[in-house]
Write a protein that binds this ligand. Structure first.
Ligand code: SF4
Length: 275
């Protein structure tokens, strides 16, 4: 195991991975409280709850202020279950990870109104879902009541604003040099997204396949305005995926970042002229 790698493991595997940088997941919050100890906290990024609606009394009484990620499985059925997690905010940072699937827009907006952060789990969405992504990006950029980040919009907006080469792979916690998702069967994958794509969850194999597949979309990515920050993220697993929706969201965030930079520069100039 490597020092800088973060392993996303099931809580059942804690004995094997203790001492590593960890994200620990469970369907049952009480198992997290029972099995994680004070020593684990230094190397713990956050805990992840994979079944919403299970009682949270143990989490409410947990003495450690560990960040919590609520992993939504189905936005349509999980939406009403979000309310019960609001009391956790007293002692924990809470993020909702939501797959871009029917119902995600309403769920993301509800999560923000409850003061949770949001992370979108994106897997080559179709046109209708990307139209909703555009609506959500607009909401994130222009709704004054949004006080928590919606990822990947937030980090990408900052990357455009500061002109840094941060990639979606890194923002989405799928950088193969930094992260490993250990399946419940103990196999190593880059992320959960890769385990859902067929029978090759092994991270080395997945990366090799991605590099091989790259030939099919290299030209389009090389010519793409957003290649620095995307780096082919939307071309996996289907290299022929149409990126129009993805590019619209990139464009919106980039335009807003440029606009903000201009506004702040003008404000600065006005301030200098006055003094
Ligand atoms: S948006 Fe599409 S074409 Fe552009 S870099 Fe990303 S995957 Fe490649």
């Amino acid at each position: 195991m490597t020092d800088s790698i973060v392993y996303n493991i099931s809580v059942e595997m804690i004995e094997k991975y203790r001492g590593e940088n960890l994200i620990v997941r469970s369907h049952d919050p009480s198992e997290l409280v029972k099995k994680l100890n004070e020593e684990d906290l230094d190397k713990l990024s956050y805990v992840q709850i994979h079944t919403l609606g299970v009682g949270i009394d143990d989490l409410l009484g947990w003495e450690y202020a560990v960040p919590i990620d609520l992993a939504v499985q189905n936005p349509l059925t999980d939406l009403p279950l979000l309310y019960q997690y609001a009391p956790l905010l007293t002692n924990h940072a809470v993020r909702v990870s939501v797959p871009v699937a029917p119902g995600f827009l309403n769920l993301a907006k509800l999560a923000i109104s409850l003061d949770f952060s949001v992370k979108l789990e994106v897997l080559q969405p179709g046109r209708t879902l990307f139209e909703e992504m555009i609506q959500l990006a607009h909401y994130y950029l222009h709704q004054s009541t949004v006080s928590k980040p919606i990822e990947y919009f937030h980090s990408l907006f900052l990357a455009f604003y500061h002109n840094t080469p941060l990639t979606l792979w890194s923002i989405q916690e799928e950088d193969p040099t930094r992260i490993r998702y250990i399946t419940d069967q103990g196999e190593e994958a880059v992320s959960k997204r890769f385990t859902e794509m067929g029978p090759a969850p092994d991270s080395v194999l997945v990366i090799r396949k991605f590099i091989e597949a790259r030939a099919a979309f290299q030209e389009e990515c090389d010519a793409c305005e957003f290649r620095v920050n995307c780096s082919g993220y939307f071309k996996w697993p289907r290299p022929d995926y149409n990126c129009d929706g993805a590019k619209s969201v990139f464009r919106m965030l980039k335009d807003a970042a440029i606009e903000l930079r201009k506004d702040l520069a003008q404000l600065g100039e006005r301030g200098e002229n006055r003094s």
